[in-house]
Design a protein around this ligand. Structure first.
Ligand code: 6CS
Ligand code: FE
Length: 306
């Protein structure tokens, strides 16, 4: 099944139509997963095996990318932020749908200097540059909180689908790091990925309401794949849930199908989510809504990281 590229307003061609057709569809991705560095000068922190795995599977689990004491310092900073009244009422802070708990704080690199340094850390940025073949900028950052015994879930989705439809990210040339600030174990709602799913684009059903993000960041309703497509992807690739101590990182492609469950354990789970996009893939007008989401959710200035 292939979805034909539909011409849009302006000159932008929609290579990944979604939330347009009444039926869902699964089509091959049109873009590479990894990009060569045309200058041959970028640092290459990942070896050939790691790059090959990322290409094939769409993700890489890197245990110990950060030391546990570094993760602890970031967790302390997160606790300080979450306790601040001005942070709680900030537009960038998203509360849970059915209680007053903080679910996420977006653009956390603008809220906190400590998180700003983390987002600019060469351990992240050099790997992103290597895989994306050139300069990158911060497309999105957020912290997610899943407190013990009550943290909520994120249903299966491809981030790219939302970034394309609601933010205007034209092509697949972005990736995300999920940095564990607490241990990730099988009980506290760890990130689950479908290996190989990044090779496929699942077009979703349902027209996006304007200002959809006000709901979707609490509980996503549009831009979620249908059950049959999910079943197909899992039949092909299975499911993985990388575990590891605080400081572990999961690096994954922008079109990776992923989810995470509720936290029914007494172990809290927090992570930082850092997204880098190629400067050559800057946002254009959104492909599925009138107004783009605020820049604290999707940066519109592709300022390369120094
Ligand atoms: O809407 C977004 O941009 C995002 N939502 C989810 C559930 N994951 C990634 C991204 O932060
Ligand atoms: Fe996501």
């Amino acid at each position: 099944m292939t979805a034909a590229a539909a011409p849009l307003t302006g000159q932008q061609v929609d290579h990944y139509p979604s939330r347009i057709n009444p039926e869902p569809s699964v089509a091959r991705r049109h873009d590479p997963v990894t990009y060569a560095d045309p200058t041959g000068t970028l640092p290459r922190p990942l070896d050939a095996e790691a790059v090959g795995h990322f290409d094939r599977a769409g993700y890489l689990a890197i245990a110990g990318l950060f030391r546990e004491d570094e993760a602890r310092a970031h967790l302390d900073e997160l606790a300080r932020l979450a306790a601040r009244d001005d942070v709680r009422t900030d537009a960038r802070t998203i509360l849970e749908a059915d209680d007053q708990e903080i679910r996420s704080v977006f653009e956390v690199h603008a809220v906190s200097e400590r998180f700003d340094s983390l987002l600019r850390d060469p351990r992240l940025v050099d790997a992103a540059r290597q895989l994306l073949g050139g300069e990158v900028y911060i497309h999105q950052s957020r912290v997610n909180l899943k407190p013990a015994l009550r943290g909520k879930d994120f249903f299966w989705h491809s981030d790219f689908e939302t970034w394309h439809v609601e933010d205007g990210m034209p092509r697949m040339r972005a990736l995300s790091f999920s940095i564990a600030l607490t241990e990730n174990n099988e009980f506290n709602g760890p990130l689950m990925v479908i290996p190989g799913s990044h090779h496929w684009y699942v077009a979703c059903v349902g027209k996006t309401p304007e200002r959809h993000y006000e709901q979707s960041l609490r509980r996503q309703e549009y831009g979620v794949p249908d059950r049959e497509s999910l079943r197909e992807l899992v039949e092909r690739g299975g499911i993985d849930a990388p575990k590891g101590p605080a400081g572990s990182v999961v690096l994954f492609d922008c079109n990776m199908m992923h989810a995470s469950g509720v936290n029914l354990s007494p172990y809290p789970r927090s992570n930082v989510f850092a997204v880098y996009n190629s400067v050559e893939n800057a946002l254009v007008a959104p492909f599925g809504v009138e107004d783009p989401r605020p820049s604290y959710i999707a940066a519109r200035e592709p300022v390369p990281i120094a």
